[in-house]
Write a protein that binds this ligand. Sequence first.
Ligand SMILES: Cc1cc2nc3c(=O)[nH]c(=O)nc-3n(C[C@H](O)[C@H](O)[C@H](O)COP(=O)(O)O)c2cc1C
Ligand SMILES: [Mn+2]
Length: 469
Amino acid sequence: MKSMRDFISQAEEVGQLLRIKSEVDWDLELSHIAKLNEEKSGPALLFENVKDYDSPVITSVCTTTERLSLIMGQPLDSTLVDLYEAWARLGENLIEPKWVDSAGAPCKENIMTGDDIDLFKFPVPKFYPLDGGRYYGTAHFIISKDPESGWVNLGTYRSQLLGKDKIGTQFIKGKHADIMLKKYQAMGKPMPVASVVGCDPLLFVLGAARVSAFVSEYDVAGALRGEPVEVVKGETVDLPIPAHAEIVVEGEVDADKFMDEGPFGEYTGYYSGVGTDPRNYIDVKCVTYRSNPIFWGTTVGRAVTDTHMTMALSYGANLWQQLLAMKIPGLKGVYCPPEGSGRFLAIISMKQMYPGHADQVLTAAISTEMGAYGLKTVIVVDEDIDPWDIPRVMYALAFRFQPNRSQVIKRGRSTPLDPSLPINAREITGRLLLDATIPYDWKDKPIPIELDPGMVKRVQERWEELGLK
Ligand SMILES: Cc1cc2nc3c(=O)[nH]c(=O)nc-3n(C[C@H](O)[C@H](O)[C@H](O)COP(=O)(O)O)c2cc1C
Ligand SMILES: [Mn+2]
């Protein structure tokens, strides 16, 4: 899978895509159809007739585990936990992108520069009534390069449509584009960037993934695909651009220039601030796009919809990868529920092998790079429970967890988006560690009730005779 068009044909083949031919308004209607469709785990939606526009919009690409499996090239009946395993296994062998010839690259089919640039030519949706405007960049990512090391970063940071050649940015402190922007600022230069909308969906999954600093998301995409991403040079920026991208916005961000941006309904189901804030923006110098470009958007807002599934995949996979790298014995699996956007909650299943083992795993989870930022509740269960099997996790919380013994509260770094904290005090969060295992060091463990195997066999043989189904 190299492009959004490849995804569309493969998704269509397996009945995971619906073309909507009736006219739909980009102003709230399109996003509301997508959101309600996603709440029912519906298909990916290709809106072919968007009011005022000739080109289509796609949404709901990442909403279900089946489609995430398709994107990762894994069996369609994989669970998220299976996808984490595959990610951890494949993700180690980084493959750098491959430069291909610009001439003939699909993303260069049309080029707008200077006064011709007009981002209103694309069917940019408005998502929610209280949003500050239309959001050009939701299922997009911004490419930037570290001026010191040359490390190329792909990061999904929302972009509001602020003018015909201006889109907003919001690089939260410490995010990779923020780190890079501060270096350009110190050099007295604007940061060259490119925003990509519509591409191999795996690239967007990685744009939204918390890949470690100094590692290029391009190389991880290559690792997961088992082949390099094909890239071309930008027209005005010295950055690698996916050759098969639908729409590429090239421009620069000046750390000392601001425009009013926001608010925007976040994946927490709430607005992150109270109104509009001054933020840096991309001053657009060039736009390249495929003919009949496919504009891609993702619905944020209340869980569980498209963004939450995207995050549950990459955040869970990274947590699993980082736990494995700690070489703790006995780890069986981790699950980061989409209900918590893959980042606020984690459940870990393990085989206890020594006293204190469960405590070790709990503190390890919040000490990983992934868990140290935002993860609030970690539950550890014994190996007989699959971490994704929420009814069984509830069972462990009911019958194995003991509040007098097995809970610890720690402190750590919060995300500014966590609505459980006051809007102006979101730097530090509590972290709750719940040990829902049977204590390893108990000599007298509770005796489980087993069925008699011989009797089970006999009863199964009589099942139909007894009139049971
Ligand atoms: C739809 C969507 C919108 C996002 N918007 C932002 C944003 O505006 N600012 C931000 O810092 N992170 C945002 N994120 C989270 C980042 O994509 C994520 O933290 C990622 O790790 C950033 O890339 P980096 O690790 O290379 O900095 C968003 C994620 C998604 C899925
Ligand atoms: Mn990064």
